[in-house]
Write a protein that binds this ligand. Structure first.
Ligand code: PLP
Length: 257
């Protein structure tokens, strides 16, 4: 089969249609689900075109303007592309693992964007380090963060266990430099749709427990970042407020080296 030129308006419209259909099936308002473009391995000029396509569609379909975010997995890629995208004033999220020795690089690059969030907070140590840097002025303070939760228990996946998530969330909520905005997970790597859905339901239950705890700094932790190209329907049905989509927008990418 010949590979066809990438029609970003079409691929993004298809993703939006999938989100809308899932919202209809789940009696949800499509306005409550934002699209995060997972841009790993994609060059900045392609990201720019995708953002323009998504924003154009968004304006046509909702009249409300930009609900599209960008997400990078790797600090190195985030750092390389941020200067080329800074003028777009995007909301940029780090969605991949963050090592302590990369925190400063990550925050510097994120600060070039319109607004920023680290979705991959999965330990007290990382949270404290981010908070300290935010307080010290390395970024907008407080810095928006999500807790990454490993709902499937697969050992290859990052994230705190669902059992430990509530306590960590309450602790993170108390850090002066951070604003806990929600929770992130990567769905189970399984063809069993029910299993995938159950994992997403677990993330929603964690969020509900934390938000209803009344603990300091938890009342804004309402976002659920879950669902990718292969499982966004299950995620939307389970309550996703952000779906993170790469392949279904950009096509298959070269393997990460
Ligand atoms: C790559 C990636 C995505 C998007 O995955 P696709 O299958 O390409 O849609 C979402 N979230 C994270 C954390 C990713 O690394």
């Amino acid at each position: 089969m010949l590979s066809m030129p990438l029609d970003l308006v079409q691929t993004i419209a298809n993703v939006c249609d999938r989100v809308s259909a899932a919202c209809a099936a789940g009696a949800r308002d499509p306005q409550d689900v934002r699209l995060l473009l997972a841009t790993k391995t994609q060059p900045a000029d392609l990201v720019r075109r995708a953002v323009a396509a998504a924003q154009g569609l968004d304006l046509r379909t909702t009249g409300r303007g930009a609900r599209v975010l960008v997400g990078e997995n790797r600090v190195q890629e985030l750092t390389a592309k941020a200067p080329d995208l800074a003028d777009l004033r995007l909301e940029a999220h780090l969605i991949g693992p963050l090592q302590s020795n990369k925190v400063n690089h990550a925050l510097r690059a994120l600060a070039l964007h319109g607004s920023a969030c680290v979705e991959s907070v999965d330990s007290w140590e990382l949270a404290r380090r981010l908070s300290d840097r935010a307080v010290a002025g390395a970024t907008a303070s407080p810095l928006d963060v999500f807790l990454q939760v490993n709902v499937s228990g697969e050992p290859t996946k990052s994230g705190v266990s669902p059992q430990a998530a509530s306590d960590l969330a309450v602790a993170v909520g108390g850090l002066a430099g951070l604003r806990l905005r929600g929770f992130m997970t990567i769905g189970a790597n399984s063809a069993d749709r029910g299993l995938v859905r159950a994992g997403f339901d677990t993330l929603r239950e964690v969020r509900d427990t934390v938000v209803s705890s009344g603990a300091v700094g938890t009342s804004d932790a309402v976002e659920l970042s879950m669902g990718m190209s292969r499982d966004l329907e299950e995620a939307v049905l389970a309550g996703a407020t952000i779906v993170r989509v790469g392949t279904a927008v950009f096509g298959t990418r070269p393997p990460l080296g």
